[in-house]
Design a protein around this ligand. Structure first.
Ligand SMILES: NC(=O)c1ccc[n+]([C@@H]2O[C@H](COP(=O)([O-])OP(=O)(O)OC[C@H]3O[C@@H](n4cnc5c(N)ncnc54)[C@H](OP(=O)(O)O)[C@@H]3O)[C@@H](O)[C@H]2O)c1
Length: 182
């Protein structure tokens, strides 16, 4: 495990941390780091059967259903908001799916509103460099809109936007996947 990440995670405030998109590729790695650092971690998933490392507690919730969120956010101090439309391999055009609007825009709006009501102190949102590379895909547009929502939510909540470069590539179809395959 990356020692620097562990060191940073140990500096987090003691309140419980919620990770949305915890079952995703980046989410699972983040859970490992937070757990190893001794954080109290809640993993959000729509799947009631989702399995997570021991010590990590599952909290079910669906960003597109605001009524499912208050229980998910109860007692949480910090949210790492990673959830994003996770396309099936059959989706012919995952970057332009209407699901980006539903999950990333409406879902982030729902999450922010319920997080504010629950008294969440801080939220970190994973956006993408797609917001600044000239792309006008639904994914890029949804991330741009969600960034604005996150950065203007409320003075009581400290928010941060991370624009990640390709980590695993989008929908396992990007250049990173092609390089790995090669
Ligand atoms: N991977 C990359 O290279 C890359 C690059 C730049 C930015 N990012 C951003 O980083 C974040 C994490 O990426 P990733 O590749 O780890 O994502 P991922 O593997 O596609 O996982 C996304 C997760 O979002 C959750 N999700 C989808 N719809 C949801 C909904 N309606 N309500 C609640 N949760 C929902 C799913 O969890 P459940 O099915 O368990 O509910 C899924 O595991 C994303 O926001 C992505 O846009 C990724």
């Amino acid at each position: 495990m990356n020692g620097l990440l562990l060191k940073l995670a140990r500096r987090l405030p003691p309140e419980p941390v919620l990770v949305t998109g915890a079952s995703g590729r980046i989410g699972r790695r983040l859970l490992e780091v937070l757990s190893a650092a001794g954080c109290k971690v809640y993993a959000m998933s729509r799947d009631e059967e989702a399995g997570f490392p021991s010590g990590v507690q599952l909290r079910t919730g669906d960003l597109t259903r605001a009524e499912s969120l208050p229980g998910t956010l109860e007692g949480v101090g910090l949210v790492f908001h990673l959830a994003s439309y996770a396309p099936s391999p059959e989706d012919p055009d995952p970057e332009n799916s209407p699901a980006h609007q539903a999950v990333t825009v409406s879902g982030t709006r729902n999450l922010l509103e319920k997080a504010r009501e629950a008294g969440v102190a801080s939220l970190v949102f994973t956006s993408s460099t797609r917001t600044i590379d000239g792309s006008d895909s639904s994914y890029a547009q949804a991330k741009k809109t969600a960034e604005k929502l996150v950065l203007t939510v409320s003075k009581d909540m400290k928010t941060t936007v991370l624009r990640l470069p390709p980590v695993y590539g989008f929908a396992r179809q990007g250049s990173i996947a092609q390089m790995l395959a090669a």
